[in-house]
Design a protein around this ligand. Sequence first.
Ligand code: Z5A
Length: 207
Amino acid sequence: MPRGKFITLEGGEGVGKTTNLVFIENYLKLHCIPVIVTREPGGTLLAEKLRQLLLDKESEAISEHAELLLIFAARAQHIQHVIEPALASGTWVLCDRFTDATFAYQGGGRNMKNSTIKWLENLVQGSLRPDLTLLLDAPIEIGLERAKSRSNLDRFESEKIQFFEQVRRAYLLQAELNPNRIKVIKANQSLIDVENEIINVIGNFLR
Ligand code: Z5A
């Protein structure tokens, strides 16, 4: 049984990750590829509890190091209990955010050192890296407007505009540094145009 592929979806708030995850899942299933869909932070019982703590706007101020370590603690659980077993059994894993989000939010948004994040990445993930990452990119006003219209803002969504600008820049830098793995999709188009771009990228990947 060949190992499954690990595909991640990234981007700022409200750019359409969750919406397009369902689209990609259906597209892969149409091609008879066994796939599970999961998310970060989250994906296991404990990791989902950590997610709640991370997103809770009412909690005490969370220190930057505590935030970073909680994210990697959730990731360690997720990898051990969900991602690795699936990939090893030949199932593809489609994940809503992964470590590129840490470089974007904690690195770009919170100005934490990339070397610290890389150290934790190596510790927690070993050699595990996504095979393909789709970065949905849109001007931040568009994503925030979409996110706002959908639900109450969480702890991250309540940050200032500058934070989101830094997150977007860090994501685009990650894409520049990893052009073979990270494909940028213009998310400020109609959903059908976004889906067509995604089909192009996934189609190339399948070939
Ligand atoms: N975080 C972190 O800091 N560090 C890390 O390492 C990780 C995460 C892994 C939770 O993530 C938070 O965790 C996140 C960063 C932090 N910050 N926040 N907030 P999340 O993935 O749950 O949060 P999110 O980015 O806010 O996800 P979201 O709100 O679910 O947005 P989305 O999935 O990108 O968008 P959507 O729900 O698919 O779409 C939003 C709305 O827009 C919806 O009504 C759609 O119907 C609509 N939509 C989507 N596409 C279109 C197009 N093309 N046109 C028009 N309307 C559209």
